[in-house]
Write a protein that binds this ligand. Structure first.
Ligand code: SF4
Ligand code: SF4
Ligand code: FES
Length: 523
């Protein structure tokens, strides 16, 4: 959104509701009005898409125009005089809303969008009158399976075309179109197409009503039961800004959050399903020799096993980083390796590369590879680790994440796994320490362009798992290294003093989950 600016040659002066304001030349009039607190309702306008002005909900009066004009379709001009709240404007908007509602089913009690629906909100804000339509409403198809992830209710569609523009302009895949005319006009898939492009779920986000719904989420939770927490997608090195939507301790969906520098308003479908892995197959409890143990007992045992290396020089303890861990976990692990275990045998693992495109998706499927590369530039691969284990150069290991790692157990005297999920590594681990994942911790990731972005805890970690850096502190303490961080900010403060790529990263205030209801984050 734009903001009002001070006077320069590139600014124009506009009078909005009797008050003079300055805006950069070319500013969209609807955005200009919103930025100075003049509330103008809209359906078809979206700041990330073109403006066809099809809904006529954003009408304002502009001095010199014989009739109200759609503000989303105009840019500010010098000496423009705009009225957003005259009786005439309020009346035409009310009429347009009545027209939009003419054939709209009164489905709210059973509609997935209730509580975050723009039509519902605008009706209460701008109309609030009883319907005058006593005839039979035009019936259209409900529960139309239009794509792998999406169901369409044609009756609820208000024909705003936002979803069509998302496909055309963002996904570059013209999968949707309008068919028929007048009150029989419907949204449908284009001939020979399904709504199956890799960005298809953005159509659900931009749909101002409950016409397009995600199969994965529909009827799972009402909007007012959802708490929203700002975070960063862990699906690849792009690091799209997201909201984590959770209720009753479980993540229900991930949706994009505006970030002009990274993902604008969008995210890929694959990233949306990253939440699925958060809850399944978790490591809940510390284990020693495969048996449940108290955390302090497990940490003491881990330190004892690692000390058994006997301080050989060079050290034969290897430390395995994860390209999916946070900057804070990476920094604490680096301190443990360098100052606690005094080893230079550092390796890095993570998810293997995958598909990419020129829109958002990166081939690197890890959210924090850039941080490991910057903190431990000499870190070697898991292939190198296997060779070092086979040759006897590494006889003990601390492994963070990387639960899918398979090692020759007979060559190792100790494996200490800091793990969030079950996997083959745990069968060969002498000690397992449960750690929390990205959605359960405060911290930060560094994306492929070096942008350091904050993540926030949306839910509590399960069982006895805790942030990785906290477990590393406990292990370091048993090895005689005092790492006395109190919280993630504390770890970050030390990390940014030591690593140039973290310097200058600025945080907003720490964020708590907020209730979503009409939070204006969607639709
Ligand atoms: S389905 Fe939703 S986004 Fe698409 S045209 Fe209809 S109301 Fe607009
Ligand atoms: S492009 Fe990458 S970071 Fe963005 S939503 Fe997809 S997986 Fe997540
Ligand atoms: S928002 Fe302006 S015409 Fe639809």
């Amino acid at each position: 959104m734009v903001t009002e600016t001070s006077a320069t040659a590139e600014n124009v002066t506009v009078i909005v509701d009797g008050k003079e304001h300055k805006f950069p030349k070319g500013t969209n009039l609807l955005e200009a009005c919103q930025s100075v607190g003049a509330k103008v309702p809209f359906f078809c306008y979206h700041p990330g898409l073109s403006s066809p002005a099809v809904c006529r909900q954003c009408l304002v009066e502009v001095k010199g125009s014989p009739k109200p004009v759609p503000s989303c379709y105009m840019t500010v001009a010098d000496k423009m005089e705009v009225t957003t709240n005259s009786p005439k404007v309020l009346d035409v908007r009310r009429q347009m809303l009545e027209f939009t509602l003419l054939n709209h089913p009164i489905d709210c009690p059973i509609c997935d969008k209730a509580g975050e629906c723009s039509l519902q909100r605008h009706y209460f804000d701008w109309n609030g009158r009883l319907a005058r339509n006593e005839g039979v409403k035009v019936r259209k198809a409900k529960v139309v399976d239009v794509g792998k992830h999406i169901v369409l209710d044609q009756e609820r569609c208000i024909l705003c075309t936002r979803c069509i523009r998302v496909c055309n302009e963002v996904a570059k895949s013209p999968d949707l179109t309008m068919a028929n005319r007048g009150s029989h006009e419907v949204l449908t898939t284009a001939p020979g197409h399904r709504l199956d492009n890799p960005y298809s779920l953005n159509t659900v986000d931009v749909c101002p009503v409950g016409a397009l719904t995600a199969k994965d989420f529909r009827f799972a939770r009402r909007a007012w039961e959802i708490f929203s927490t700002p975070s960063v997608c862990p699906g690849c090195a792009t690091g799209c800004s997201i909201e984590v939507h959770a209720s009753r301790g479980k993540i229900r969906r991930l949706v994009p959050r505006e970030n002009p520098a990274v993902n604008k308003f969008w995210m890929c479908d694959e990233g949306r399903f990253e939440y699925k892995t958060v809850h399944d197959h978790r490591v809940m409890l510390p284990l020693v020799g495969g048996k449940r143990a108290r955390l302090d007992v497990a940490v003491t045992e881990a330190a004892k096993l690692l000390r058994a290396d006997g301080g050989s020089s060079p050290s034969r303890v290897g430390v395995v980083f994860s390209a999916g861990a946070s900057n804070e976990d990476d920094h604490a692990l680096l301190r443990l390796a360098a100052d606690g275990l005094k080893t230079e045998r550092i390796y890095v693992g993570g998810r293997p590369p995958g598909w990419s495109d020129a829109i958002l998706v990166s081939a690197d499927k890890n959210p924090n590879s850039a941080a490991v590369r910057a903190m431990a530039p000499t870190a070697r691969t898991l292939e190198d680790l296997r060779a070092d284990v086979a040759s006897g150069a590494v006889t003990a290991l601390v492994v963070f994440g990387n639960e899918t790692l398979v090692l020759a157990k007979d060559k190792l005297t100790a494996v200490v796994a800091l793990a969030s999920h079950q996997g083959p590594l745990l069968a060969s681990a002498n000690v397992v320490l449960p750690v929390a994942v990205w959605a359960e911790v405060d911290g930060s990731f560094t994306n492929k362009d070096g942008r350091v972005q904050r993540i926030h805890a949306a839910i509590s970690p399960p069982g006895e798992s805790q942030p990785g850096w906290r477990t590393i502190c406990a292990l370091a303490g048993k090895l005689g290294l005092a790492l006395d961080y109190t919280d993630a900010d504390d770890v970050f403060a030390e990390a940014s003093a030591r690593h140039a790529f973290l310097k200058g990263a600025v945080w907003g205030p720490a964020s708590q989950p907020v209730q979503l209801r009409f939070g204006e984050s969607r639709g």
